[in-house]
Design a protein around this ligand. Structure first.
Ligand SMILES: Cc1ncc(C[n+]2csc(CCOP(=O)(O)OP(=O)(O)O)c2C)c(N)n1
Length: 659
């Protein structure tokens, strides 16, 4: 098989560099296959036959352009010249790797080499690339971000969302699709119906190109040319690289389902052998030079392997592991002057957000209808005029992609707040919250400096899709922080802290409280610590532990019956102020936990279990949990009242006092 390697004409140094980049990843792979058979390494995803794509793209970009590779792109890592012992150590889960033994194979990232390791869910990579590129575009840094996807991954909603956002925002992202014929065992004709993935470009209003992914000269030259043009004229480009996967999806799975003729056909198009042949025929690669390069690589591989094998097993402790789930953040109290104004919860949130925008130049707000329209709850009304369209960004309706973009911004050093129109709609972006944001710091020490604003809660006749209070989906996920204020002054101070905190924070805002609760709130910027509850009333008859709308029900009912109660407003659910809860229960001997969420699996259950474990000897009565009924939230007012727990709380509280 002969490829056209003559056009455009590249100098011989570049040609040799391209050859070496492909050869090195091929030689490492061949070694890995031997080690795999010997049981010395675990899984291996082979990129044999596809080396020209990863190597060509990486060499065509600058070292400070971010690349987001996938599981078959060894050439990205080797072409960025990562010392091999570090790669080998990574694959063995050892200390010299990049993820302290926490991540396998190619699922690791490194800021040092500007590589963002893959998210197993494939599609999210594309949305993350958008955020990185957005930061570059806003800074006018003339950089390009390259993100990889297999053709299988293009069937995911995340891929579609990301291309749409990149096109609307004209982000300098190179979407590199390696069309290698199969997604695991599924051939392309069972994955999509269009002739070429590149054909999808027109649907997004995006330039696209088909590139022969087995021809290193074509790959390198076209990518270089396109990248150059993207730096001058920032825009997304969709590139489809035609290539083929010569081995199984992963080594253990084989290629039985691939017709033999297809493998034979593509074997003739091997990117390395054909190029090697060409270089030999043009006398660019002499026999001596070829042997010398191979010897050098083989020595490098063996020496680095020995070093990685000699490295001790990783050594850690549970407390060290737990310490890395969140990025350390030292809270610094910022106090406002004494001047206060009487405002509603919604105004306090708006002011906290506004003052945070003034404080942090590189803070962005993203959300649906938040700019000219001011958001459905008008929290960002007037922001556009103050901060401009780049920082107050209306988004298409694509929660997943925007949360991924928020993470990408964080990778590239910026902060963001994402307004979910209703907390119910976070389901459309659930994966990036629980898998991407939550695991980031633990996986590779990368902050996910993102706040998700979550307008939530019932009592407003909004029905099953606009009334949920879904904090329990997130309080159980390590790596996330969850804030749930009940009062305006708390809401403002806690929101400012959430934005300062480099960890991902879900900030719940109760819609029914938005315009019904007023308070004197300090006018200037100030912060409040996360993880500290407040004792709203003090008494020794019972501990009422609650948050959000529950706080207001508890205050009303305790007052109505003049009960001598500790009412604890948790304010943040993760971290949880366990000490405040335990101190109170040890004093009163009775605990009732009230939540608006449905009962089963909610945070009340965990608090009850904790009180049982740590305060058992102090209890004079069973711990009571009160929550909404175990059903979707109904629309009609009287049905909604049946659902909500206020009345049951009153009854249960009185019963508990008599126990
Ligand atoms: C959301 C999700 N579903 C399923 C999988 C399992 N899976 C991992 S890779 C893969 C095939 C991917 O095919 P493609 O995108 O074409 O990339 P290739 O492996 O061919 O390089 C599948 C189904 C996954 N990782 N994530």
């Amino acid at each position: 098989m002969s490829f056209n390697y003559n056009s455009p004409a590249l100098d011989s140094t570049t040609l040799i560099d391209l050859y070496k980049a492909m050869l090195k990843s091929r030689m490492i792979e061949e070694k890995m296959l031997i080690l795999l058979r010997q049981g010395k390494i675990s899984k291996w995803f082979s990129g044999i036959g596809q080396e020209a794509v990863a190597a060509g793209i990486t060499l065509a970009l600058s070292k400070d352009d971010y690349i987001l590779p996938m599981h078959r792109n060894l050439g990205v890592f080797t072409s960025r010249n990562i010392p091999l012992y570090r790669l080998f150590s990574q694959w063995q889960g050892k200390e010299n790797g990049f993820s302290k033994g926490r991540e396998r194979s190619f699922h690791f990232g490194t800021q040092e080499y500007k590589i963002v390791g893959m998210i197993s869910h494939l599609g999210p990579q594309c949305g993350i690339a958008n955020g990185i590129a957005l930061a570059d575009k806003l800074r006018n840094s003339k950089k390009v971000t390259a993100v990889f996807s297999g053709e299988g991954g293009t069937s995911e909603g995340d891929f579609h969302e990301a291309l749409n956002v990149a096109a609307v925002w004209q982000l300098p992202v190179m979407f590199c699709v390696e069309n290698n014929g199969y997604g695991l065992s599924t051939p392309v004709d069972e994955q999509f119906k269009c002739a070429n993935i590149a054909d999808k470009g027109i649907g997004y209003g995006m330039e696209s190109h088909i590139i022969d992914g087995n021809n290193i000269v074509e790959t390198y030259s076209k990518v270089s040319e396109i990248a150059q043009s993207m730096r001058q004229d920032p825009r997304p480009v969709l590139l489809e690289f035609k290539t083929f996967r010569m081995r199984g999806h992963e080594e253990a799975s084989g290629t039985k389902y691939v017709p033999k003729e297809l493998l034979e056909h593509w074997a003739l198009k091997d990117p390395l052998e054909n190029f090697q042949e060409y270089l030999r025929s043009r006398q660019i690669l002499s026999e001596r030079k070829e042997a010398a390069i191979k010897l050098e690589f083989s020595q490098e591989i063996n020496e680095n392997l020995e070093r990685a094998f000699a490295e001790k097993e990783i050594n850690s402790t549970l407390s060290k592991e737990l310490d890395d789930v969140y990025k350390p953040f030292v809270y610094q109290q910022t106090k406002s002057n004494e001047k206060k104004i009487n405002i509603r919860l919604v105004d306090a949130i708006s002011k906290g957000l506004y003052q945070s925008m003034e404080k942090f130049d590189e803070l962005l707000i993203m959300g649906q209808d938040i700019a000219e329209y001011g958001g459905v709850f008008k929290v960002t009304e007037g922001f556009l005029e103050a901060f401009g369209k780049e920082r107050i960004r209306n988004t298409p309706i694509c929660e997943s992609s925007i949360i991924e973009a928020a993470y990408g911004l964080s990778i590239n050093g910026m902060k963001s707040v994402v307004e979910l129109q209703f907390s119910d709609f976070v389901t459309a972006g659930f994966n990036p919250v629980v898998n991407v944001l939550a695991k980031s710091h633990y996986r590779w020490g990368q902050a996910a400096d993102v706040v998700l604003r979550m307008p939530c809660g019932a009592g407003v006749g909004a029905g099953p899709f606009h009334s949920q209070t879904n904090e329990a989906w997130f309080t159980k996920t390590p790596g996330l922080k969850v804030v749930y204020p009940a009062f305006p002054a708390d809401a403002k101070g806690l929101l400012c802290s959430a934005i300062e905190d480099p960890n991902p924070v879900l900030f719940f805002e109760h819609k029914q409280l938005y315009r019904s609760v007023y308070q004197d709130v300090p006018e200037d910027y100030y912060t409040l610590p996360l993880g500290v509850a407040t004792l709203l009333t003090e008494g020794d008859a019972v501990s009422v532990i609650t948050y959000g709308a529950g706080v207001h029900w508890a205050l009303e009912i305790v007052k109505k019956h003049t009960i001598n109660a500790d009412i604890i407003d948790l304010r943040t659910l993760q971290p949880l102020d366990e000490a405040c809860i335990f101190n109170s229960v040890k004093k009163t001997g009775r605990a009732i936990i009230l939540q608006e969420d449905t009962l089963f699996g909610g945070i009340a259950s965990d608090i009850a279990a904790m009180i049982n474990e740590f305060c058992f000897e102090f209890l004079d009565a069973p711990i009571i949990r009160v929550a909404s009924a175990q059903m979707p939230v109904p629309f009609a007012k009287n049905l909604e009242q049946l659902y909500l727990p206020k009345e049951r709380f009153e009854n249960e509280l009185l019963k508990l006092l008599k126990y």
